[in-house]
Ligand binder design. Structure first.
Ligand SMILES: [Zn+2]
Length: 255
C-alpha cells in the first residue's frame, strides 16, 4: 500500500480515537473557553489533536520541560483554527519549540520578533517550525477576550504559508473566493495602516499594520477572541474569516 494511503488510514483512525481522560481537565484549567464549545466541536477538536500530537514534535528550549499540559494546550489552540473544515493538519509543520518565557531571538525567523523587538513571544518559520513561549501561550489561552493569543497568531502564519507565500492569503476552498478575499483584506489592511499612522486605535492590534501577513495573523486573533467587536466594526472582514474558518465564534454553543 502506498505511503500516503497508509497515512490516510492512520489519520482516519486517530481522528476517531477518543481523547485520554486527562485532556479535558487540563483544558478546563488552561483553556477555560473549552466549556463554551458544543459537543460536536469538542469531538472534532480532540480528533484533530490526536493527529497533531502524533505527527508533530515538541522540543523544550531554555530549560523548558515538555509536559502533557504544554502539548495539549498548544495542540488544542492550534486545532481550533482547523475546526469545521476538511483540512490537512499543518502539513508543513514538523516541530514546535517551547521556551519558558519570552526569549531573545538568535536566528532571524520569518516573522522574527512577533509582538516585540528582541524579546519574542513567538515565531513561525517557513521551514516547518513554530516557536512559542509557554508563558505567553498560557496567558493567551486563559484570557480569551483581550484579542491577544500568540498560539492563534503563529499558527495563522502557518496556514498563510501553506501555499508557499506568506502574504496574508491562505488556501481558500474555492478558486472564485480569492478575488473577494483580496479585495476585502487589501481594503481593511490599508485602513488599519492609515489609522495606525494617525495614532488611532482599532478593534485589531496595530501590529496588524506591519504587513499583510501580520494583518491576517492579528485578524485571526481578533476573530476568535473579540468576535462581536470585529463583526460590528468590520463585517466584511468577519464574513471572510467566517468563510475561511467555517465557524462563528460569536456563538460557540450554537454550532
Ligand atoms: Zn506574526
Amino acid at each position: 500500500m502506498a505511503r500516503f494511503q497508509l497515512r490516510r488510514l492512520r489519520r482516519r483512525k486517530l481522528l476517531a480515537t477518543p481523547p485520554p481522560s486527562t485532556w479535558l481537565p487540563i483544558l478546563e484549567t488552561t483553556l477555560p473557553m473549552i466549556g463554551e464549545m458544543s459537543g460536536e466541536h469538542k469531538r472534532q477538536l480532540f480528533g484533530k489533536m490526536q493527529v497533531f500530537l502524533s505527527e508533530k514534535n515538541f522540543e523544550g528550549c531554555g530549560g523548558q520541560e515538555i509536559t502533557e499540559e504544554i502539548k495539549v494546550t498548544i495542540a488544542a489552540q492550534a486545532c481550533m483554527l482547523l475546526l469545521g473544515r476538511e483540512t490537512s493538519i499543518y502539513p508543513k509543520l514538523k516541530t514546535i519549540l517551547v521556551y519558558p518565557h519570552t526569549y531573545q531571538g538568535g536566528q532571524k525567523g520569518m516573522f522574527g520578533g512577533d509582538n516585540g523587538e528582541s524579546a519574542r513571544l513567538g515565531e513561525s518559520w517557513e521551514c516547518g517550525v513554530v516557536v512559542l513561549s509557554w508563558n505567553s501561550v498560557k496567558g493567551g489561552a486563559r484570557n480569551f477576550e483581550d484579542g491577544h493569543n500568540v498560539t492563534f497568531h503563529e499558527f495563522a502564519h502557518q496556514l498563510d504559508q501553506e501555499d508557499g507565500a506568506a502574504d496574508g492569503a491562505p488556501i481558500l476552498e474555492e478558486r472564485s473566493a480569492y478575488a473577494t478575499w483580496a479585495h476585502v483584506f487589501n481594503h481593511e489592511y490599508k485602513a488599519l495602516v492609515k489609522l495606525t499612522r494617525r495614532g488611532k486605535k482599532d478593534t485589531m492590534d496595530r501590529y496588524g499594520a506591519t504587513n499583510p501577513a501580520e494583518f491576517f495573523a492579528v485578524a485571526t486573533e481578533t476573530f476568535f477572541e473579540k468576535p462581536r467587536q470585529l463583526k460590528s466594526k468590520h463585517p466584511e472582514l468577519y464574513e471572510e474569516l467566517q468563510y475561511y474558518y467555517k465557524i462563528d465564534p460569536v456563538d460557540w454553543a450554537e454550532q
